[in-house]
Design a binder for this molecule. Structure first.
Ligand SMILES: [Zn+2]
Length: 296
């Protein structure tokens, strides 16, 4: 049985190689139910969700990792985010899709960025070259170029679930030819996995099927859950950032603001009284900004 909505680490005991397996079910269903996704875009979204969980699992940090694809082609925006506690959310916006289109056609005129936002410390952003035939190939070349860590990634998604596997060569304490051979051997074995195996086999069965002659240590599973970070307070911050003139115009023309979160479909409604408070807060902020020009 596949352990639903989990991520699980494994290591090869006599090699500097680690791996991670992810299965998304409820969390994936919650995300894909937010819009009427065509099959090819739903798959891309599921694969991106698995990728962001796998990437987060390779890092030791407290914070949030995002994968954001933005462009003016078919996919206008693909945004998936995962925290160090495996809380995940995602969305995809598109135009003029055709279900036959390949990954390369879907992401034409787009750029892909990985952003790491630690709770403490500085934000990091890396650009992922979109030169592969699919998302995993693009991420593999990113790892090779930026992190110098040879990494292989497999991603898949269907109507029920999404799954992924990552294998990564860790920096070796000493250079040995045998380790190089080991990496090649393990990745050849891993590459024999099929999308259907990734989706349906339990991690124990899959690892045995792929690496039964290797010594593999499997760690405890970690739960992955859908969690959105939207809130009434965040919406208010956004409204204040519009500025008092804009808020006053909305009050005159509409008398209210309704904001629906695109990640989770929660609606936030602001009546005229609250908007007037927010307009005053915006005016106050603008006054402060004018008197402290250096903080702008
Ligand atoms: Zn939300």
């Amino acid at each position: 049985m596949v352990k639903q909505d989990t991520t699980q680490r494994f290591i090869f005991s006599d090699a500097d190689i680690r791996g991670e397996l992810v299965h998304l079910n409820q969390s994936y269903q919650t995300v894909i139910q937010q819009a009427d996704y065509p099959e090819n875009l739903r798959r891309l979204l599921g694969e991106a969700m698995c990728a962001v969980v796998l990437l987060t699992a390779t890092l030791k940090f407290s914070g949030k990792l995002s994968l954001q694809l933005q462009g003016d082609g078919i996919v206008k925006l693909l945004l998936v985010q995962c925290t160090h506690q495996q809380e995940i959310r995602g969305l995809l916006q598109w135009q003029d899709n055709n279900e036959q289109l390949s990954f390369r056609e879907l992401v034409q005129n787009a750029s892909l960025a990985i952003t790491i936002e630690p709770e403490k410390g500085t934000r990091y952003q890396g650009i992922v070259p979109l030169d592969g035939e699919n998302l995993n190939q693009c991420l593999e070349s990113y790892f090779l170029q930026s992190e110098q860590l040879p990494t292989r990634i497999w991603l898949t998604a269907d109507a029920e679930g999404a799954a992924g596997m990552l294998i990564q060569k860790l920096p070796a304490k000493e250079l040995k030819e045998s380790r190089e051979n080991k990496w090649e051997h393990i990745t050849i074995l891993a590459a024999t996995t099929t999308p259907s195996e990734l989706l349906t086999l339990s991690n124990e069965t899959l690892l045995y099927r792929l690496f039964h002659s290797e010594e593999v240590r499997l760690f405890d599973t970690q739960p992955v859950i859908f969690k959105c970070t939207c809130s009434r307070e965040r919406c208010e911050e956004t409204i204040i950032s519009l500025g008092t003139a804009e808020i006053e115009a909305i009050i005159r023309e509409q008398g209210h603001i309704a904001i629906t979160c695109e990640f989770c479909s929660t609606s936030y409604y602001f009546e005229i009284d609250r908007l007037q408070d927010l307009s005053r807060e915006a005016a106050q902020k603008e006054k402060e900004d004018r008197s402290n020009p250096e903080t702008r």
